[in-house]
Design a protein around this ligand. Structure first.
Ligand SMILES: Cc1cc2nc3c(=O)[nH]c(=O)nc-3n(C[C@H](O)[C@H](O)[C@H](O)COP(=O)(O)O)c2cc1C
Length: 335
């Protein structure tokens, strides 16, 4: 039974981060009665980056940063789940409050800042999972790691998660870690991707399995930046792109309560922007580099549109806060 419509008024009366914790605990309780090793429903199955997906609707990174709720989330019908962002060492993130609702647009602003329990903890959690669907692990850098050592943080995480992930995402697009987005450009991007690919090959030999590495990008890129990044991705032949993360732009929410809070904006307020950047990346990237479309999916139509724009798969996050698990069912019904 979908109890989210009953639960939502209570959740929305709480501070957003408290509501998140209550929602996750209630999901744990609810899913306790279900079998957790069930496979995701097969709806419009497809291959993407060499992986078989039973359906194209995934959970975006950031909702389950430590893989604490993987089995419970696995009962909601997602074709794949991405956990993280995880960093080498545990960190608290920014001071609270650091998450805000903008209900008019079904939007969220967050400046959590990679609060997580560290990669060792996450690996322990995913090792004992019953969840049998596709698992992505999203990796990043610690706040205190200087820019010249940033690549090391990604490699530390990659070494730790490689054996446990179906795919790995290098997150270079969170707006809440100073300097992180610089890794999206020029030499820094080139060096990062080269280092990731080299380590990926070494680990593949060691573990006798291929694990694709995707790059997750911001929506705050102008046309020239998208073109330059695409050139780089094409020449280095990345395994896949995730477009997009949250935006720093407030154009869509001017005048609303909380609009001026610092952080990344997501949800219904970024649908147009994320779709626009997705379309340009699809145009500029070689056809054999697949894209996961994320950003502003708050209805089944939004998901269908992204797939039509050339996304091979889609992910949702903010839409779940406003619509609950019914959103996933709705999208699957419409596919
Ligand atoms: C509260 C919150 C936390 C997030 N944390 C992460 C994160 O740790 N890593 C990441 O790559 N993206 C993170 N994101 C971004 C989402 O994965 C997604 O790219 C973005 O929210 C756009 O999708 P949406 O409009 O469906 O929410 C976060 C988003 C929100 C709302």
């Amino acid at each position: 039974m979908d109890i989210y419509p009953l639960l939502k008024p209570l959740l929305f009366s709480l501070a957003p981060e408290t509501a998140h914790n209550v929602a996750m605990k209630s999901l744990l309780l609810q899913s306790g009665f279900k079998k957790t090793d069930q496979l995701p429903p097969e709806v419009s199955p497809r291959e993407f980056a060499g992986i078989q997906f039973r359906n194209p609707v995934g959970l975006a990174a950031g909702l389950d940063k430590n893989a604490d709720y993987l089995d419970a989330l696995g009962t909601l019908g997602f074709g794949f789940i991405e956990v993280g962002t995880v960093t080498p060492v545990a960190q608290d993130g920014n001071p609270k409050p650091r998450m805000f609702r903008l209900p008019e647009n079904r939007a969220i602003i967050n400046r959590l800042g990679f609060n997580n329990k560290g990669v060792e903890y996450l690996v322990k959690q995913v090792s004992k999972r019953c969840y049998a669907g596709v698992l992505g692990i999203n990796i990043g850098k610690n706040k205190d790691t200087p820019e010249e050592k940033a690549i090391d943080d990604y490699l530390i995480c990659m070494d730790a998660v490689f054996a446990h992930a179906d795919y790995i995402t290098a997150n270079v697009s969170s707006p809440n870690t100073a300097g992180l987005r610089d890794l999206q450009h020029g030499e820094l991007l080139h060096d990062l991707v080269v280092a990731l690919k080299k380590r990926q090959q070494e680990l593949a030999q060691q573990h006798h399995r291929q694990v694709p590495v995707f790059i997750k990008v911001a929506p705050d890129l102008d046309d020239a930046q998208v073109a330059a990044m695409s050139d780089s991705f094409n020449s280095l032949a990345i395994d896949g792109l995730i477009a997009t993360n949250t935006t720093l732009s407030r154009e869509a929410v001017t005048g609303q309560q909380h609009a001026e809070e610092m952080g990344g904006l997501s949800g219904g307020a970024i649908t147009g922007l994320a779709n626009n950047r997705l379309a340009l990346f699809r145009e500029k990237l070689m056809a054999d580099i697949p894209i996961i479309g994320v950003g502003g999916i708050v209805s089944a139509d939004d998901a269908v549109y992204k797939l039509a724009q050339g996304a091979g798969l889609v992910q949702v996050y903010s839409g779940l806060i406003y619509r609950g698990p019914e959103l996933v069912k709705d999208i699957l019904k419409q596919l």
